[in-house]
Design a binder for this molecule. Structure first.
Ligand SMILES: Nc1ncnc2c1ncn2[C@@H]1O[C@H](COP(=O)(O)OP(=O)(O)OP(=O)(O)O)[C@@H](O)[C@H]1O
Length: 261
């Protein structure tokens, strides 16, 4: 199994702000007084378990704040579970937070090298892939300006182009593709399908249930951090849509109508 998630719990500590105006906040800061109250425990994931075989694909769905991104961060290894076990075997590449791994003052070109190296390529390998990355991202005109001047869509284009160029065995992609325009989203979906056909395991978070239906054989529905349902995508999407009070959309067989959730 390349991905094994066993009874995973993730806790965050939330500090309650006690001050209610900016001037009071600044005053408290200047006086070096504590500006936050006692910490409260918040469970973002509650006893989540699933297995994913090599080459299989998982869609993670759920309303805002249900724990989807937190789960992806655990799978990518940038966070550790509070309880339970996460095991991911294989070279992974992830696009979770927009601009993560990018240095704002570096140009697009420099960031391609920086990111490529973070993802495990050496300089010569990146040089060989460079033109293809820039051409996929359609950023030829902007590749030598600092990425702090990029739009969020441009960030997502470059991030996706690099993340998918490094020949991963597991590709983890969060909702951030949604900031790209429709043509680019379609291009990304086509590339994900191509990688999938080559045996790459895919984990995808999306509110675009058609995308999940088209790409993912399995789905996990999270609600307030708890796993509501895991299994074959069509059945999980139906249960989720029913919970939302929306009509079943016939997604899951690649023939869905446009729905988001
Ligand atoms: N670093 C953190 N510190 C404290 N709370 C956090 C942290 N990261 C996430 N949370 C909380 O955990 C919960 C789940 O967040 P998460 O980003 O995983 O949700 P999500 O399902 O991806 O939501 P969305 O659909 O809005 O992207 C939220 O209530 C969020 O406020």
């Amino acid at each position: 199994m390349p991905i094994d998630v066993e009874n995973v719990w993730k806790k965050f500590r939330l500090r309650q702000q006690r001050v209610h105006s900016i001037s009071k906040f600044l005053h408290e800061m200047l006086e070096r007084r504590a500006v936050s109250g006692p910490a409260a425990d918040f469970w973002a994931l509650k006893d989540v378990s699933f297995h994913l075989d090599a080459g299989d694909s998982l869609g993670v769905i759920g309303v805002n704040g249900s724990g989807k991104s937190t789960l992806l961060k655990l799978l990518n290894g940038i966070m550790r579970p509070t309880r339970g076990r996460v095991s991911v075997r294989g070279r992974r590449s992830a696009l979770i937070e927009l601009g993560a791994g990018f240095h704002p003052d570096f140009s697009g070109r420099e960031n391609v090298y920086l990111n490529g190296m973070i993802l495990g390529l050496d300089k010569a390998q990146i040089r060989r892939k460079f033109d293809e990355i820039v051409s996929f991202a359609e950023l030829e005109q902007f590749i030598d300006i600092p990425v702090k001047y990029y739009s969020s869509g441009m960030y997502a284009r470059l991030g996706f182009a690099v993340a998918t160029a490094v020949d991963p065995e597991i590709l983890i992609v969060d909702e951030i593709l949604a900031v790209g325009d429709l043509a680019f989203q379609q291009k990304c979906m086509d590339r994900i399908k191509k990688m999938q056909a080559q045996g790459v395991s895919i984990v995808l978070v999306s509110h675009g249930l058609n995308d999940i239906g088209q790409i993912c054989r399995q789905a996990l529905w999270l609600h307030k951090g708890a796993p509501m349902r895991f299994g074959q995508t069509g059945a999980v999407l139906d249960a989720y849509l029913e919970h939302l009070g929306m009509p079943r959309a016939g997604v899951g067989g690649g023939n869905g109508t446009a729905v988001t959730g």
